[in-house]
Design a protein around this ligand. Structure first.
Ligand code: G4P
Length: 287
């Protein structure tokens, strides 16, 4: 079950996280924001720009394995045009992770040079990891700091319990201090988070969610989607998502008594298959 489902979001909670992040910013050289590469807009915290202020930032587009590679590349270019470094990563296989340290070093090149000039060669680079629940923060830290045990430290001005992880002898990661919220007041964002499974289905009607997913799939059908459900002879631009759900349910033999199609079961199956990328690597927010 996702962490997002267990969280009661309330203003006091957000204020607490804001304060923790602000306090911890003083201790780090850069901020690494982890997002879900399949939903690069909806998986971001809406207030982060303001929260991290001028701290150098890098975006880690995680779950790259489940996102459309071309789209991820376009997003990386998009961020580049905004002068923001972004790198695709996949914390399941570890792909892309070896770019992280070199890219952070590049991001902080001037600072590192200044340290060297001051004789502070080899000073540890400290990076704070932030991201909304379920984007893969723990997976990232576990992969990067595989041989390092969590170091809980009290550094001046910081709330007790800040967790630091060391990588080699000149890199440290600070686990996200507090829980960052998504833009949950926007229903379109909630829907995307429900597609990926970051929030629970029960928040939205399963069938409605599957219908909305099919609308997207009809607009941007992948080969894997067409092959998986044998839709080669279906005109995806002409069919309604409701009809398509019936077609898919029928092809999978999901029938209830009387020969009617079990659209509820078909919806659950569709969402499961999207979440496990069986319908192909699909990005739901394109640039
Ligand atoms: P969080 O700390 O930000 O809340 O996220 P966490 O690392 O717990 O990851 C949330 C889920 O996403 C986990 O799956 C994790 O395995 C999966 N995940 C993280 N990074 C990647 C990635 O790059 N690719 C893929 N395919 N999955 C990723 P889970 O189902 O909650 O747990 P489990 O399957 O690991 O048991």
């Amino acid at each position: 079950m996702s962490e997002m489902q267990n969280i009661q979001w309330f203003p006091g909670h957000m204020t607490k996280t804001k304060r923790k992040i602000e306090a911890s910013l003083k201790l780090v050289d850069a901020v690494a924001e982890i997002i879900d590469a399949r939903i690069p807009v909806s998986s971001r915290n809406p207030d982060l720009d303001q929260l991290v202020q001028n701290k150098p930032r890098i975006i880690l587009m995680n779950k790259w394995d489940m996102a459309d590679k071309k789209q991820t590349a376009r997003w990386v270019e998009y961020y580049k045009s905004k002068n923001i470094k972004a790198i695709p990563i996949d914390c399941k296989s570890g792909r892309g992770l070896n770019n992280f340290i070199p890219q952070v070093r590049e991001l902080l090149a001037d600072k590192i040079e200044a340290w060297n000039d001051k004789g502070m060669t080899g000073r540890s680079i400290r990076v704070m990891i932030v991201g909304i629940p379920n984007v893969g923060k723990s997976s990232f830290i576990n992969k990067m700091a595989k041989n390092s045990r969590a170091k809980v430290e009290d550094r001046p001005g910081v709330t007790r319990g800040n967790q630091w992880f060391t990588i080699g002898n000149s890199f440290e990661l600070l686990d996200t201090p507090g829980v960052l919220w998504p833009k949950f007041d926007d229903p379109a964002v909630g829907e995307k988070l429900a597609f990926t499974g970051a929030v629970k289905d029960q928040i939205m009607d399963t069938e409605m969610l599957a219908i909305r997913l099919l609308e997207v799939m009809c607009k941007y059908p992948t080969e894997a989607f067409i092959e998986r459900f044998k839709l080669q002879n279906i005109d995806l631009t002409g069919i309604s998502p409701y009809e398509l759900l019936d077609v898919i349910g029928k092809k999978r033999g999901m029938l209830i008594s009387g020969g009617e199609i079990d659209t509820e079961r078909a919806s659950i199956m569709l969402l499961d298959e999207y979440r496990s990328a069986k319908m192909g690597a699909i990005t739901l927010e394109c640039v």
